[in-house]
Design a binder for this molecule. Structure first.
Ligand code: FES
Length: 88
């Protein structure tokens, strides 16, 4: 019997999109708008929040399927910055 475990699949999708991916900047995070990871990272690094990134790129404004992954990317980036600040 085939069982679908959404959380495991979602986690593995996120791992594919993590900051440690081989070519993360070119990876499309929002297939509805075609927004790539590098564009989203750049906007987060400029201090934009999720709503502003959505307005600027069109991400999260279609099916909404990318919202969790983009939120996780934002959280991961914030954690990385906190670690860098604590290390300096
Ligand atoms: S995949 Fe981003 S809104 Fe659909």
């Amino acid at each position: 019997m085939l069982q679908f475990k959404a959380s495991e699949n979602h986690e593995s999708n996120f791992q594919l999109m993590s900051l440690n991916n081989a070519n993360p900047a070119d990876e499309v995070m929002c297939s509805c708008s075609g927004t790539k990871r590098g564009e989203i990272l750049n906007l987060f690094e400029q201090g934009l929040d999720m709503d502003a990134v959505s307005r600027r790129t069109g991400a999260i404004s279609g099916c909404g399927g990318c919202e969790w992954d983009i939120a996780e990317l934002q959280r991961e980036l914030a954690e990385q910055k906190n670690k860098e600040e604590q290390g300096s």
